[in-house]
Write a protein that binds this ligand. Structure first.
Ligand code: ADP
Ligand code: MG
Length: 313
């Protein structure tokens, strides 16, 4: 019998999307960082992300405040990836019965701080029981028509850029898993690139946020755009801190950058002649869009591998 681990997270999403095809009322349904509905003056953006105890967070390492913070940031990051702004949040939680009230309060404090930081208001949700602490956040936002950035709008010759260094979150997770001290702060309290996204959106063709590693995100852009890409390994930005962590754990940090995730940086494609407009945002060019194929240039031209998959990891 076929199991989810056979088809993987993205195989399942493809099956779901065949069941719920788009129609003319939906500007973009399944397949981007947010669903997009067209209004007269702008677009409404909708996204949702779920965090499950033991899978997305671990109560031994993360404080309730940090879990709350992260649950909001991961969603706002998807709004940022469309070039938009978050407006409203709905928070649904399944709590095990023995969770202390203080724990829940701290978690909501983390959610409040992350939401206020990005001018989003929490306006509802749902509370229920579950054996594992499970948090689902849904965010509704908006984007001006000229600023909408979709995964599928890359063009041949576009430069592929990232907004900052990669692998930093997975490095922290591996340290925590190994029970070692080090740079875990980014994993525990990630940021998203909303401000930067707003500034680059007018010039960008395609954009996505890094939740599953650079390789996976570039693959999504290429699949939606029906094009290919070349990534130059030596241009993939990895900080000295992340390299130090790699040495400590004897793991090549490039693995975290390409196939890890949760960095919540932006990956975007931009025509070469427009990149001077976004100099202040320090874009890092890592490759270019080509007609077909997905390659990693590492001295020779290799196939680009796949990123994180929840059913296969
Ligand atoms: P992201 O990493 O940006 O949050 P995902 O990889 O989770 O995006 O999802 C990719 C696309 O698949 C999105 O458009 C999302 O709305 C859609 N999707 C994921 N899971 C489901 C589901 N259970 N039902 C319907 N659509 C889904
Ligand atoms: Mg995303």
């Amino acid at each position: 019998m076929k199991r989810l681990s056979d088809i993987g997270e993205f195989g399942l999403i493809e099956e779901i999307s065949n069941k719920f095809p788009s129609d003319e009322e939906i500007y973009k349904g399944i397949g981007d960082d947010c669903a997009v509905i067209e209004n007269e003056e702008d677009y409404t953006l909708m996204t949702t992300d779920m965090l499950v105890e033991g899978d997305h967070f671990n109560l031994d390492w993360q404080t309730p405040w940090e879990i709350g913070w992260k649950s909001i940031i991961v969603n706002i990051s998807d709004i940022a990836a469309m070039g938009g702004l978050p407006s409203w949040g709905l928070v649904s939680i399944a709590f095990p019965s023995d969770i202390e009230v203080n724990f829940a309060e701290d978690m909501f404090d983390g959610m409040k701080e992350a939401s206020e930081r990005h001018d989003m208001k929490i306006i509802g949700g749902d509370t229920t029981h579950g054996d594992l602490l499970t948090i689902n956040v849904a965010v509704i936002g908006r984007v001006e028509k000229e600023n909408l950035c979709m995964r599928g709008d890359a063009e041949i010759g576009d430069l592929i850029c990232v907004s900052g260094d990669l692998g930093k979150s997975w490095a922290g997770l591996e340290l925590l898993r190994a029970g070692k001290e080090g740079y875990t702060d980014y994993y525990l309290q990630p940021e998203c690139r909303l401000d930067s996204a707003r500034k680059i959106a007018p010039y960008v063709n395609a954009m996505i946020d890094v939740s599953d590693g650079l390789s996976s995100e570039v693959r999504h852009i290429c699949e939606e755009s029906e094009l290919g890409a070349e990534i130059e390994k030596k241009k993939v930005p990895i900080s000295d801190r992340t390299k130090k962590t790699g040495k400590k754990l004897n793991i090549d940090p490039m693995k975290w950058a390409l196939y890890g995730g949760e960095d919540f940086e932006l990956v975007f494609t931009i025509p070469p002649e427009k990149i001077s407009n976004i100099e202040d945002e320090n874009p890092i060019v890592v490759g270019k869009i080509i007609e077909e194929g997905l390659y990693l240039i590492d001295g020779e031209k290799k196939e680009l591998g796949e990123g994180y998959d929840h059913f296969r990891s």
